[in-house]
Design a protein around this ligand. Structure first.
Ligand code: MG
Length: 391
């Protein structure tokens, strides 16, 4: 037993009991979030996927013996939600009795519990919800927003809207939503491209650039639907629109192809959202396959692996623009050394009681402890499965 902190009045003694705290229970929930309209990006127009009508959320709520609580979440689109829930339920018992502060150790323990199904993809996406809940819990216990616990470089992050620029929307609607986003204080606008008809893509980009004017940051996202020859032609054609970046011009795993584009054209290349592990990001970064890396914490296994990707990206001198899940990524982007971007989607708003403040082109880190979110009654109503794991 430690004897170096026997005075109840000392800060060390006050911190002591926390290290004796243990995870007492875990609750996981599968929540089906409906979308207002079916969503189509280029993967739908090329026939690879059906329009998206809902997002399958995986929530984890972790409670300790001392009554501390953390909430985390992951997600899947179109397929995978029931698989993520099933894997999370199977490995959750290894959390019970662990010190919730030992997040790195717990991440390893969870991945070893499911080692047979690998260290990427669905298996680590099930771990992500737990990992994010543990970081939320740790920051809440410290009384700090997660960004502050990690060590923030800033208290707000540049933000751009994606949800208004999908391909199911006619151009008039895209223009209207882009104006509304800018009026709401969102700094940039991203639109989807990658249609089989490249001329139609270029017409939409030209229309949005003309509508917004030269001063508004504009990005495009091809969602992996070009081959290398098409990507070269399109990057050349798009170089004149002063885009902040061209996203996923090629297959997500074609790091060499992305590196060729990044080295050839003036417009920065962004990619990484589809990668599902630190190892995959490490390879992308090693090959300089992106000027701007786009990791997604729920997709790569949580905040613990995301911090490793941040380290690699910063060391390589790259920019960061995390994919989706702004409620988590605003904190992580705030802790990145180089001025990043956070992607604005309003889709997850109904799941939480609190909402992020946006003004002046930036998304602000709230002063609430942890992630700063509480699961809403609406999210509870959309819950289709739960599992409670106790010691
Ligand atoms: Mg994208």
């Amino acid at each position: 037993m430690s004897t170096d902190s026997t005075s109840a009045a000392s800060p060390v003694a006050a911190a002591g009991p926390a290290t004796l705290d243990r995870i007492a229970s875990v609750r996981i929930s599968s929540v089906i979030l409906p979308l207002a309209v079916p969503i189509s990006d280029a993967k739908v127009l090329t026939g690879r996927q059906r329009p998206m009508t809902e997002v399958a959320m995986l929530f984890a709520e972790i409670t300790t013996e001392s009554g501390h609580e953390g909430v985390g979440f992951g997600y899947s689109k179109r397929a995978g939600g029931p698989g993520q829930f099933a894997h999370a339920k199977e490995i959750a018992p290894v959390l019970i009795g662990e010190d919730p502060s030992d997040i790195a150790k717990i991440w390893d323990k969870l991945v070893w519990a499911g080692a047979s199904v690998g260290r990427s993809g669905l298996s680590v996406q099930a771990i992500a919800a737990f990992d994010i809940a543990l970081w939320d819990l740790k920051a809440k216990r410290a009384g700090l927003p997660l960004a502050k616990l990690l060590g923030a470089h800033r208290d707000s992050v540049r933000t751009y809207n994606t949800s208004g620029g999908f391909l199911h929307a006619p151009i008039e609607e895209v223009l209207e939503k882009s104006s509304a986003a800018v009026a709401a204080g969102i700094g940039g606008i991203k639109i989807k491209v990658g249609q089989p008809d490249s001329a139609a893509d270029l017409a939409r980009v030209a229309a949005v650039r003309e509508h917004l004017g030269a001063g508004v940051p504009l990005m495009v996202d091809a969602n992996q639907q070009w081959d290398r020859a098409t990507a070269r032609r399109m990057c050349r054609a798009l170089d004149g629109y002063d885009l902040v970046w061209i996203e996923e011009p090629l297959d997500a795993y074609d790091a060499e192809g992305h590196a060729m584009l990044a080295a050839t054209f003036d417009t920065p290349i962004a990619t990484g959202e589809m990668l599902t592990s630190v190892a995959e990001h490490a390879e992308l970064i090693r090959l300089r396959g992106a000027d701007i890396v786009q990791p997604d914490a729920p997709r790569i296994g949580g905040i613990t692996p995301f911090l490793k990707v941040m380290g690699l990206a910063d060391h390589a001198g790259l920019s960061l623009a995390p994919h989706f899940a702004m409620e988590i990524h605003v904190h992580l982007a705030a802790a990145y050394a180089r001025e990043p971007w956070v992607e604005h989607f309003e889709w997850l708003d109904p799941l939480f009681d609190e909402h992020l403040e946006i003004s002046g082109g930036r998304m602000h880190v709230s002063d609430r402890p942890g992630l700063g979110v509480t699961i809403s009654e609406q999210a509870r109503a959309w819950t289709v499965a739960t599992a409670n794991i106790v010691g």
